[in-house]
Design a protein around this ligand. Structure first.
Ligand SMILES: NC(=O)c1ccc[n+]([C@@H]2O[C@H](COP(=O)([O-])OP(=O)(O)OC[C@H]3O[C@@H](n4cnc5c(N)ncnc54)[C@H](OP(=O)(O)O)[C@@H]3O)[C@@H](O)[C@H]2O)c1
Length: 292
């Protein structure tokens, strides 16, 4: 299997590339090799490489930045994936592209399924939805995988920030009235490996660890795991904040965007493990950075 990974320095793509390169011929490209916002250059690069699987780990993922950098967000999150989908189809290859829980408005109180209508609240979700639709329309072989609250060993994420603040003795606070499901990046590599088989249909899938939590619960579990590991912390509690009080947020965010992974389990036979187990394993094994 020849795999080409774009955006290879990202949190998710790094984990996939590491896991899959062990048994597949994997070529990784990050921004120094390719700016995917340059669509003609992207097309030329994809024409020059032969691959069986193209993985798009790129994205303008800063939700607030997407509100002010609208053209760039549209190009990176929607137009570039459309060009990738066409280039992959031309080679008879599958594209794996990543979507987000932010395509939903967060009004539903049950986990969102792939069949639920998408109603993004902000420009990030809007452009990500347009990218999804373009990829899915291009070929039934392509895969769009919606993930949420990604963490993993390759790039600090929310749990790492919570631990860093608790180590430094600075105020540790997180939103207590917004809910989703954390996603362990290395687990995604396991869940998606069955799709290397071209007989498995493509389409839209939700993929996150099981269970759900608020940002505050996510942070408190990270601190509990860090304390159990013996990392000295000034506190193991997280001060609650309300989403409505976050004046620095320019983009509206869904309040309740828990993803159902039933379709993934039906298709692959794999049921994601609980997010608490995945986060505990990550924190137990992660190298401890020097104290700030
Ligand atoms: N992180 C989450 O919680 C989350 C939640 C839902 C969905 N997702 C989706 O999952 C995917 C991967 O996210 P992630 O967490 O791995 O994000 P990430 O760590 O921010 O990775 C995104 C990568 O895209 C690269 N990139 C951005 N613009 C680019 C451009 N014009 N040309 C080339 N590369 C460019 C970034 O490079 P630079 O570092 O150089 O900017 C970065 O390496 C994205 O599609 C995202 O929308 C993520």
């Amino acid at each position: 299997m020849r795999i080409l990974v774009l955006g290879a320095r990202g949190r998710l793509a790094s984990a996939l590339a590491r896991a899959w390169s062990a048994s597949h011929d994997t070529v990784c490209m990050g921004r120094p090799q390719l700016d995917v916002a340059d669509i003609p250059a992207l097309r030329r690069l994809l024409e020059a490489h032969r691959f069986d699987l193209l993985v798009n780990g790129t994205g303008l993922t800063n939700v607030d930045a997407c509100e002010s950098r609208r053209d760039e967000a549209r190009t990176v999150n929607a137009l570039a994936p459309a060009a990738m989908a066409a280039a992959a189809r031309t080679q008879g290859a599958r594209l794996i592209h990543f979507g987000t829980d932010y395509v939903f408005d967060g009004e539903k109180r049950e986990p969102y399924t792939e069949g639920d209508p998408a109603r993004p609240l902000g420009w990030y979700g809007r452009t990500k939805l347009d990218g999804e639709l373009a990829v899915l329309a291009d070929s039934p072989a392509h895969l769009v995988v919606r993930v949420s609250w990604v963490f993993g060993p390759d790039k600090p994420a929310f749990p790492d920030q919570m631990i860093a603040r608790a180590r430094a003795g600075t105020d540790v606070a997180a939103i207590s009235d917004k809910f989703s499901s954390p996603t362990h990046a290395p687990d995604v590599a396991v869940w998606l490996a069955p799709f290397f088989d071209p007989r498995l249909p493509g389409g839209l899938f939700h993929a996150c660890n099981s269970g759900s939590c608020s940002w505050r619960e996510y942070g408190e579990w990270a601190l509990a795991c860090a304390a159990r590991r013996g990392i000295p912390l000034a506190t193991t509690s997280v001060r609650p904040q309300l989403l409505a009080d976050m004046k620095s947020f320019t983009a509206r965010r869904p309040v309740h965007s828990i993803l159902s992974t039933d379709k993934l389990a039906r298709t692959t036979g794999i049921s994601p493990r609980p997010w608490r187990d995945a986060l505990e394993e990550y924190i137990t094994n992660a190298p401890i950075p020097p104290a700030a």
